[in-house]
Design a protein around this ligand. Structure first.
Ligand SMILES: O=C(O)C[C@@H](O)[C@H](O)C(=O)CO
Length: 271
């Protein structure tokens, strides 16, 4: 199996708390992005001291309460499944704070991390605050929920978006990359993809490749899998009959998403 593809671990780490995914700088090549997905049974709690990391807590499905020990946000989360295609609630918690998530109902919660030094205020990013964007034309149409885009200064490094790509369509396409710290031309941002499909037996293909093809992996991605994008172009193709959802986390030395399209395929934008 590709080193870039992760299947769910589903490790019970305490009563009612399942660690579905755990991408760290120790078990991956990523330096700027860490990611956990946890499942919480109703009433279960998850507490974490952040240290020198900031965190965006996304109520992927179900309802949760979140506290940073000073401020508490209750009944966050707007959907039973991501395929309701409505934005959800998230909370940004800065470095050197401790947060706790309490499940009000069965919940799946994404914890998106990046190294951080400068403390910022805890912030509720409500579903209504998500910018909903429709990108592309023809078979390149997809819908984006901007949870933490680079236009929102609430975080030091983290960028977080959700992307829905309908049956037979492509996203992150034409292929683009952001692996050179060379602004204003291109930014360096590592990235993780957490994928779901509807219906759940579906799959998508994701290719991660560099210009010189020293990295060139095409992965069959199934429901609940993750793909790690340390560098390179990273398009996603969705077969007929299935809708794709993914949650993207990006971070790097500068909090700007400036991508570079693969020149071989950029023509489709002009065609
Ligand atoms: O297809 C899209 O527009 C979503 C992608 O841009 C995705 O968020 C990504 O590749 C970020 O680099």
């Amino acid at each position: 199996m590709s080193k870039l593809l992760r299947k769910p671990e589903n490790a019970e780490i305490k009563d009612g708390v399942t660690l579905v995914h755990n991408v760290t700088s120790e078990n991956s090549s990523l330096e700027y992005v860490n990611f956990k997905m946890i499942d919480l049974a109703p009433g279960a709690t998850y507490l974490e001291e952040l240290g020198k990391q900031e965190c965006c807590i996304v109520a992927v499905t179900g309802k949760i309460n979140v506290t940073d020990q000073e401020v508490t946000f209750e009944n966050l989360g707007t959907r039973e499944t991501v395929f309701e295609k409505v934005p959800t609630d998230s909370v940004y918690v800065s470095n050197d704070r401790t947060f706790e998530v309490v499940a009000v109902s069965q919940a799946r919660v994404a914890l998106c991390y990046s190294p951080s030094d400068k403390q910022l205020p805890t912030k509720l990013i409500s579903a209504a605050d998500n910018g909903v964007e429709h990108r592309g034309t023809g078979n390149n149409k997809r819908m984006v929920h901007n949870i933490l885009p680079d236009s929102d200064p609430s975080a030091n490094s983290l960028l977080v978006v959700e992307v829905f790509t309908e049956s037979g369509n492509w996203s992150s396409y034409p292929p683009h990359k952001h692996d050179q710290d060379n602004l204003p031309e291109e930014s360096f941002l590592e990235e993780t993809y957490y994928h779901e499909m509807n219906p759940s037996q579906g799959f998508v293909f994701q290719r991660v490749y560099t210009d010189d093809r020293s990295l060139d992996e095409t992965m069959t991605v199934e429901n609940g899998n993750m793909v790690i994008v340390p560098v390179g172009y990273h398009p996603v193709g969705v077969p007929e009959g299935y809708t794709s959802y993914y949650l993207n986390v990006m971070a790097g030395p500068t909090r700007i998403w400036k991508f570079y399209n693969d020149p071989d395929h950029e023509w489709i934008l002009k065609g």
